[in-house]
Design a protein around this ligand. Structure first.
Ligand code: HQG
Length: 179
């Protein structure tokens, strides 16, 4: 499969497994899972046929491991806007995590801290390079440093998704270091 087809399928999966399952008649279970067979049927009926082999290749090829296949089912590992409970246990974060954003959001972030916006959680990266890439999706990236260890000590719940993204409900301004 060429890169372009892989990206198209990956985006199609993210759209329907994170944000808009009902658009193709899918119902995710409480953990965000759906039967692979159901998904492939729904995609075909939607005019976007995918073979099971292609699906496996897309999931395996994705460097960010956005999707998980398990026991004939599939789900997005994180990034949902539809309500799902990923069942992730609380975990102790590293002392410092990073958040990539852009300059136009900084005034609001200084006032209000980091908010999940349309997702379920604030997404934090374990390293500066990843955060830089996340910020660069929207413009010139600005990387904020998050005092995750201090937040954890103060009782904030951190979770780590299956693909290494750290999730938290809110990062208040006192835990943020601006460049
Ligand atoms: C900003 C991609 C104003 C925040 C990436 C961000 C990531 C605020 C935007 C994953 C704010 C939300 C998540 C506040 C935060 N006021 N703006 N108080 N708090 N923001 O896309 O972190 O390819 O929902 O800085 O690689 O950019 O989808 O979050 O710019 O891992 O797998 O509001 O999405 O992964 O944007 O990205 P997003 P994100 P995938």
């Amino acid at each position: 499969m060429d890169e372009q087809r892989i990206t198209r399928i990956s985006k199609y999966l993210s759209r329907h497994l994170r944000h808009d399952p009902q658009a193709i008649g899918l119902v995710l279970d409480s953990g965000g899972w759906v039967e692979v067979e159901t998904l492939l049927r729904a995609a075909a009926e939607d005019g976007f046929p995918i073979t099971e082999e292609e699906l496996r290749e897309v999931v395996a090829a994705d460097a960010k491991r956005r999707h998980a296949l398990e026991g004939g089912r599939i789900r997005a590992n994180q990034g949902h806007s539809v309500p799902v409970d990923l069942g992730l246990a609380r975990a102790e974060p590293p002392a410092v995590l990073y958040h990539g954003t852009v300059g136009r959001f900084l005034a609001a972030i200084r006032d209000d801290g980091l908010r999940p916006m349309s997702r379920h959680h604030v997404h934090l990266s374990p390293d500066r390079e990843t955060a830089t890439r996340v910020g660069a999706r929207r413009g010139v990236p600005v990387v904020l440093v998050v005092a995750a260890g201090r937040m954890h000590a103060d009782g904030y719940a951190f979770r780590c998704s299956a693909n290494g993204v750290w999730l938290v409900d809110h990062v208040p301004p006192p835990y943020l270091l601006f460049p």
